[in-house]
Every structure is written in structure tokens, then in C-alpha cells.
Ligand binder design. Structure first.
Ligand code: ADP
Ligand code: MG
Length: 422
């Protein structure tokens, strides 16, 4: 039997809390049987890896694994999706179609958000669980299938049963074994570990040095309520990795990414739907992103204008030290990480060129970069081409000099030359 640690490594699961280890151990134990499993836990706690572990460690691993999000399929089509339909069963059913339960014969089906299933579908599901039998929509021919079912829910199933939205018999059938994943706030010792893992993943993805938290910031991170759990932590790690120029993150900087009402240790308020405050904090984040992007774009435009006016990159570099520092950040730390400047140069499709190249007085116009239009991209394309051509001419085809003048790496210039067939 594979150990809990080996499984965590294989499925990319980070954390060492007792409750997490227990949940994984339970999944390993139950995997070789055909017992139905219900995975419970708040949204974002990592429920989706449990059915994968169960399938991979079972004798079904060479057959299909199908994950179905029951909450995302419209009520009118869910029966047909799950069980298939006969030709002519309803308008638009032009051919007979197999459902997931037929396709996954011999394999595993993961029913995510199972609490969202309509009552009629629940009846069909109960029959499959009891004797493996089902009917296609519009058919009276009983079919058989051999499917292992793992379901998951973040809803309070007892409440749903009480309100007669979920069948009690189905609930007990599905939850022969219950695997519960604790919320992130109950796994405090894993929080910083997870953050470091995500920060390092995003550093690699976006080719930037890894962000690091100060001690104060770590405290703040660990104390946060994380109502969106690991999904929320991952999103915030991504935002910080992309947006923060200073790669050492202070508590102050971190605070601006955390929804303020939730940064205390107040008891949990169970929300069933998105509240207004969730949307407003999302909006705030978006505003911040847009605002920072605008500001970066304006800085870049100023810098490019300087480069075009003066040509000599050394002087421009000296005169605009603060701007360069602001845009590209301080990469004096993290020398071991991937070279930041090189990659920033590499990423834009086009060089950033102000619209009126020959009118230095228009610099002030670029305080707000408001219009980003298709046309501009096209003319930018032409201007870039012209700029590269001229620079190469001026330097008699010497790429090194032209690249220095354009403020890009030789590698980027080489790519552009190929791109424009120069
Ligand atoms: N222990 C963990 N280690 C690393 N990543 C995790 C862990 N748990 C969850 N994640 C990540 O968090 C996100 C949400 O997980 P998911 O399984 O979709 O949550 P749920 O289904 O419970 O809402 C996914 O991107 C997942 O990869
Ligand atoms: Mg999920």
C-alpha cells in the first residue's frame, strides 16, 4: 500500500496536518473496494484530488474516470448527460447518445456538487447505486453498468434533506464512507507552506523572482480566515507574484490583497451565496490591477520616448534610474532566480512605442493609457518594423548595437527580425 506521503507527492498535495493525512489515509484504504464515498468540506479545500486518488489506486484505474459538476449542468439536460437518451426522446435528440454512466462502465464517476442534483435525477442515481441499472431518457430498455461513484459536496446535506431537496436514502447510499477535508483556517501550520509552494510555481510560470513574506506578513497570512480556502490562497499568491514589484512582501502590502472584513479571527459566517462585499473586494482588486497596469504603461511610454530621443541607452539608464527601478523592480536580491529583466524584455509582443514618435512634446499625453484598440496594435506593428529597420540601417546591420539602441536583448531582436522577415 502506498504511503500517505507518497500519495501526496504523486498528486501534488501540500500539507501535513493530521486531519489532511487522515483523509488521505481513508482514501487509500477505501480505494480497492467499490464502496461509495462522499467527500465533504468547504469550497476550495481540495476535494477534487480525493476521487482521483481513489480511482488511481483501484482496480478500475485502466478504465475511464469522469468528473461531472452536477451544479453546472442545466436541470433539463442532466438526465440525458448522465444516462444518455434515445433518438427522438425530445426535440433535438436526432440520434441515440450514451451517457456518462454507460461510457464509464468499469471505471469511476466523480459527482461534484452532488447536492445540486434535481430530485428526479436522484431517483435514477439511487437505482444505479442499488443494482447498477438505468434507463436512457426516452427508453424502456433497462441497461446495466458497473461504475464506482465518488461524490462531493460543500452544502449542508442535512439541511437539504430537511428541506426535502435531497433524498435521505440517497444520502446514506452515497456516504457509506465519508471523507472530510478541514477548512484551511483549521490547518494553520500548512498555510505558509502552501503559500511558498504557490509563490514558487507562479515565479516559474511568470518567469519572475519568487516573492517572500516578512515575518509580520507570515503572521497575517496564518491568522487570516481564508473563507475561500486553498483556492483563495492560491489566487492571492498569484496576484502578489504578478503585481508586486518589490519581491519581499510586507504585512502592509499583503493586507491590501486580503478582504478586510475577513482578516480577523471572528467566528465563521456560513455564506450560501456570494454576498455584495465579495464582489466589491473583487472589484477593488481589479481596479488595483488596472490602475497599476496603467501606471506601468505610462512609465514604459516615457522611458521609450527617452530612448528614442536620446538613443544612447547608458545615459537614458542613468537619467531614468528611478523609473527603471519602478518598472522592473529591484532584482539585486534573489540572484539565483531567473533573470528578471531579460524575461520582461522577452515577453511583450511589440516594443512599447508612443504614437507620435516625432513629437517629444506629447509625452504628457500618456498619463492615462485609455484606448487599447485593434487599430493601434496594427500601427504599432508597422512602427515597430520601421524602427527596427532604421536601427539596423544606422548600425550597418550590427544586431548588438541595434538591440542596445532599441533597449531589447539581442535574442528578442533576432526573433523580431525573423518575425518580420527582415
Ligand atoms: N493540499 C493542497 N496542496 C496543493 N494544492 C491544493 C491543495 N488542496 C487544494 N489545492 C488546490 O486548490 C484549488 C482548489 O481545490 P479543489 O479540489 O478544486 O477544491 P474543492 O473541490 O474542494 O472546491 C485547486 O487549484 C487545487 O489544486
Ligand atoms: Mg470543486
Amino acid at each position: 500500500m502506498e504511503s500517505v506521503q507518497a500519495i501526496k507527492q504523486r498528486f501534488g498535495i501540500i500539507g501535513n496536518t493530521l486531519a489532511l493525512n487522515r483523509a488521505i489515509e481513508k482514501a487509500i484504504r477505501v480505494a480497492p473496494t467499490d464502496i461509495s464515498v462522499l467527500v465533504t468540506g468547504e469550497s476550495g479545500v481540495g476535494k477534487e484530488s480525493i476521487p482521483k486518488i481513489i480511482h488511481q489506486l483501484s482496480h478500475r484505474k485502466h478504465n475511464k474516470y469522469i468528473a461531472v459538476n452536477c451544479g453546472a449542468i442545466p436541470e433539463g439536460t442532466i438526465d440525458s448527460e448522465l444516462f444518455g437518451h434515445e433518438k427522438g426522446a425530445f426535440t433535438g435528440a436526432t440520434a441515440t447518445r450514451s451517457g456518462y454512466f454507460e461510457v464509464a462502465d468499469g471505471g469511476t464517476i466523480f459527482l461534484d456538487e452532488v447536492g445540486e442534483l434535481p430530485l428526479t435525477t436522484q431517483v435514477r442515481l439511487l437505482r444505479i447505486l442499488e443494482n447498477g441499472e438505468f434507463l436512457k431518457v426516452g427508453s424502456s430498455k433497462v441497461q446495466k453498468t458497473d461504475v464506482r461513484i465518488v461524490a462531493a459536496t460543500n452544502a449542508n446535506m442535512f439541511e437539504a434533506i430537511e428541506k426535502e431537496k435531497f433524498r435521505e436514502d440517497l444520502y446514506y447510499r452515497l456516504s457509506t464512507v465519508d471523507i472530510h477535508l478541514p477548512p484551511l483556517r483549521e490547518r494553520q501550520e500548512d498555510i505558509h507552506l502552501l503559500f511558498r509552494k504557490f509563490a514558487s510555481d507562479f515565479a516559474l510560470k511568470y518567469k519572475m523572482p519568487t516573492v517572500k513574506l516578512t515575518d509580520d506578513a507570515i503572521q497575517l497570512l496564518v491568522k487570516h480566515r481564508w473563507s475561500g480556502n486553498i483556492r483563495q490562497l492560491r489566487n492571492i499568491a498569484e496576484q502578489i507574484s504578478v503585481l508586486e514589484q518589490n519581491r519581499t512582501i510586507s504585512a502592509e502590502a499583503l493586507k491590501s490583497y486580503l478582504p478586510s472584513s475577513a482578516s480577523t479571527n471572528l467566528p465563521a459566517v456560513i455564506k450560501t451565496s456570494k454576498s455584495e462585499s465579495d464582489f466589491s473586494s473583487e472589484r477593488e482588486i481589479l481596479y488595483k490591477v488596472l490602475f497599476d497596469m496603467k501606471s506601468d504603461l505610462n512609465d514604459l511610454k516615457k522611458l521609450t520616448m527617452e530612448l528614442m530621443k536620446n538613443g544612447n541607452t547608458k545615459d537614458v539608464e542613468k537619467d531614468n534610474e528611478h523609473l527603471i527601478q519602478k518598472i522592473y523592480g529591484d532584482d539585486s536580491e534573489d540572484k539565483d532566480d531567473i533573470a528578471f529583466e531579460e524575461d520582461v524584455e522577452d515577453s511583450p509582443e511589440y516594443l512599447s512605442i508612443p504614437e507620435h514618435v516625432n513629437e517629444p512634446s506629447t509625452v504628457d499625453k500618456y498619463h492615462f493609457a485609455e484606448e487599447i484598440e485593434e487599430e493601434e496594435t496594427l500601427s504599432l506593428h508597422d512602427k515597430e518594423l520601421e524602427l527596427i529597420k532604421k536601427s539596423l540601417e544606422r548600425h550597418h546591420g550590427k544586431r548588438k548595437l541595434a538591440a542596445a539602441e532599441l533597449g531589447i536583448s539581442e535574442r528578442t531582436l533576432y526573433r523580431k527580425i525573423k518575425q518580420y522577415d527582415l
